[in-house]
Design a protein around this ligand. Sequence first.
Ligand code: BGC
Length: 553
Amino acid sequence: MSLPMPVPTTARQPLWYKDAVIYQLHVKTFADSNGDGIGDFRGLSSKLNYLADLGVTCLWLLPMYPSPFRDDGYDIADYYSIHPSYGTLDDFREFLEAAHTRRLQVVTELVLNHTSDQHTWFKEARMSRNNPRRDWYVWSDTDDKYRGVRIIFIDTERSNWAWAPESKAYYWHRFFSHQPDLNYDNPAVREEMWNVMRFWLGLGVDGFRVDAVPYLIEREGTSCENLPETHDVVKFLRANLAEHFPDRMLLADANQPPELVRPYFSEGDEFHMAFHFPLMTRMFMAVRLEDRKPLVEVIERTPEIPETCQWGIFLRNHDELTLEMVSDVERAYMIDEYARDPASRIYLGIRRRLAPLLDGDRRRIELMNGLLMSMPGSPIIYYGDEIGMGDNIYLGDRNGVRTPMQWNGGWNAGFSTADPERLAQPQISNHQFCYQARKGESQTRADHSLLNWMRRLISVRQSTAVFSRGTTTFLMPANHRVLAYLRSLGREQVLCVYNLSNSAQAVELDLQSLAGAVPIEMFGRSLFPRIGELPYMLTLEPYAFFWFRLRRL
Ligand code: BGC
């Protein structure tokens, strides 16, 4: 495979991902430039100013490769090109250059664990037992190997084995049966995946969100998750990356409790970043319970990670709000509070966007985003959530949270000039969240829109490295409805105080160790009374929060 010409990039700062604000988007539903109803790279390029103005620093693109789209692109049929509906490799190259010019890094998907059954590798492998590709996948004569391994897509799959009639054998799949797992015990598979990485890194891509990491290797008698050999595969890919592209980033999609995700950072020689799944659930729980306990607990349970590593934190993404890794009690609580309508449930989770989960309540949307932007990690915003977009729980699978971006009040909300029937996904039409009510470019012009508030939030967050790099210390005031913590980095200190409840709260904070400092509210730059020896008293409206920079004046 000959390597393409690289796209020039802005210099990547060391550890750039630690200071990133990431925006996750789907090319398919972001902006359509040629009127075929499907978003594309030229459309996306035309919206880069909007993204740069929002203040995000990194884009994470959902899979953009040729695919039969039976799992919205996570079923890849060719790792070395762009899905024709999205444009050409040249369009991608131009997009990458335009993004870099605006100082936006670009992270793409690396689906390691499985391919589509339409990939030529699998088409060849399934044909006969002695096909040279046979050993690229995981085969068995019976379907009782690896018994007891959990099924992830419980609504559609009954087994992790599927039958290949051509060669009369079963193949292993952790996700849909049309997504056969690759065999990472075969060194040729590892080498090929490194070739895939090299191809996109050579073009100038800044990093990868590595899909479904825990499942790479299977062993009898285990859960087939997080095995030591899986870590060996990751170490192999990281070592290659370190040698050839040391300034790029790998982000692990490992939906596991923090103590099992921790090994994926290893000694700083596996992943640079990993999602913090339980923190997401706990943010939703704390706001519903009106109690800080779930949040304090999860952060205190989160192990330290190497200096060069970072958590990826988020409220929502393109999947269901996953409840796979929480306790039965927590899951029941979340379902009860956030998914009363059975149609909003899928697999072990909830297929809703942020705004509908919070009943469209602006105060809670702001509070949750305030938490997201100040908790330890690099925050990830899911496209459309910055304008409070809605969902459609009747669309099937997880498509209801992947509807077209709402840009303006024009035809198809400005997403596409196609007939509405041709759109990749239908627009949201319910009255509370439809495009007449929520639209990006129009919110740009309204001073008090959610979008402009989000811009301000991001710019305040980015005004100091304390949020991205600082330590976190909880204060434990008697009032449990208030969450308060100190983020510190060198001499810089920021005090964050949140009212998690729907009623006004007063709180007394023990700030004795900070006596003499003056809190400066970071959004309005107003000075608050100097901290003294006595408890520091604050009052907060329902769901209100403060960020104070502490200054010795
Ligand atoms: C992705 C899902 C996808 C699955 C199988 C997950 O990590 O986020 O959208 O269905 O992998 O590829």
